[in-house]
Design a protein around this ligand. Structure first.
Ligand SMILES: [Zn+2]
Ligand SMILES: [Zn+2]
Length: 156
């Protein structure tokens, strides 16, 4: 579906347990940024608490990104287990959650990604992708040491 709509009246009797899928196109594809490759699955619960609509769910999709080290493309999973919105209901009959979901995904997509945690990157001298083998030129050894320090950081 293109919009994730909650009907407030429907929640007056009991909470809604849902498992829905939003089209990946709700997150616009922008040049140079990661983009979604799978539709967005949401599983969770919507309920009224006093005058507020409370929605908790998990969000799962996948995105395609360019590795910052080797420039290869890589597909990675996007998973949030703790999406939460709390919206005050004044006199709305319906609440569209699409924008909230979109925002959560956009904020959650990493600006810098690696194809894998210990990507070896490109040889600075000859440009060979060192994940696919080593080259014969002299630049590679030192360069690998430099990257291996970065492996201690948790870059997704
Ligand atoms: Zn890489
Ligand atoms: Zn080389």
């Amino acid at each position: 579906m293109k919009n994730f709509i909650i009907y407030v009246k429907q929640l007056e009797k009991k909470p809604l347990i849902f498992s829905e899928t939003l089209e990946k196109d709700i997150v616009e594809r922008e040049k140079g940024l990661p983009y979604l490759t799978e539709d967005i699955s949401m599983t969770g619960k919507a309920e009224l608490v006093g005058k507020n609509l409370l929605v908790r769910c998990s969000i799962k999709t996948a995105y395609n990104t360019t590795c910052a080290r080797c420039l290869d493309t890589a597909e990675k999973e996007f998973l949030t287990d703790d999406f939460l919105v709390n919206i005050e209901i004044t006199n709305q009959d319906i609440i569209d959650l699409t924008g909230y979901i979109r925002e959560d995904i956009i904020l959650g997509l990493p600006a810098v990604s690696l194809c894998k945690k210990n990507c070896k990157g490109l040889c600075p001298s000859c440009g060979m992708n060192l994940n696919k083998g080593s080259c014969d030129c002299s630049g590679c050894g030192e360069e690998n040491d430099r990257w291996s320090k970065l492996d201690d950081f948790d870059i997704r």
